[in-house]
Write a protein that binds this ligand. Sequence first.
Ligand code: FES
Ligand code: FE2
Length: 353
Amino acid sequence: MSEPLIHPDITKAHTLPSRFYTDEKSFQHLMNDMRNSWYFAAHSSQFVEHDVIPLIDIEEMLGDALILTNSDKIRCLSNVCTHRGMLVATGPRKCSTLQCKYHGRTFGMDGCLKNMPEFQDVEGFPSASDDLPGFPITEWKGLQLVGGDRYLKEAIAELQSRLGWLDVASFKHDKSRFRSYEIGANWALYVDNYLEGFHIPFVHGDLHGVLDDDEYRTELFEGGVLQIGIARKGEPHFAPPENSQECGERVAAYYYWFYPGLMLNFYPWGLSINQVIPLSVDRTRIVYHGYVGNPEMLGKGAGGDLDKVEMEDQEIVEATQRGVSSKSYDRGRYSPKMERGVHHFHRMMTLNE
Ligand code: FES
Ligand SMILES: [Fe+2]
């Protein structure tokens, strides 16, 4: 049997070959593979203002236009009108039925066709194929998750066992925390950078001032990585309860990454979600959504100035894209102490190589 591309023993392993960041074929291969993964769609608090929410991030990631609707329950439906393909909802809104703007076809919030003008003479109409197809949806504490089920059970078990004590369902959507950046780098380079705290002292001076590097740690699980940032003395932190694994520790942040590109960053103020959306082999969109649980903690500690940290990361990641695109570079080695998360990710990316 040939050796795996990324050796399972980090002390022997070489990092991901540069073609994974630069080659169109490798990019397409990974894109197809991502269809089996699950994705974050919305948090229940977004339904205070809206009854229907188009899933723009997911459309960009998977090429499928979907919506969430909220009536007797939350559903995930196709956002494509079954008449001639217009989008049913072009933005989030309040409504009790879904009416296509093009020729007036109307669907219930469950996706069933209700009415269509000028179709009296159409044979066999309506049939089930005129309804909006539905897709699976799962909820964890208000987070609505859609897509495939690869690693989904593992993710929910991990979140529940670690953060079951945190009242994520009561967090409130904060529109002002939305950001969307387009960067000139492959999506996996952005993920690589997220998965290690190794660069914090070099790249993030302010963040380094609040996190204790000796206590920073990385835990691996099936389908993802958790990094725990511990606050320096006097810096803001969670107070994890007695039944939690971090009871008595000054946790400044729980940084969760789930394959391929979802980041759930829990701070004492609430939850900042990043979606890493591959646009092409060397272009990526990074979207931020914010949900606030404890407004008094906003602007403080590790989650205090996320815009600054993001700019610092983007600069590094874009320059690294140029580096890995150079003919003279192919791959490097990992620090066994600091880069276990990156190694775990690269092993996942190359499972089928
Ligand atoms: S495309 Fe929707 S009613 Fe015609
Ligand atoms: Fe960073």
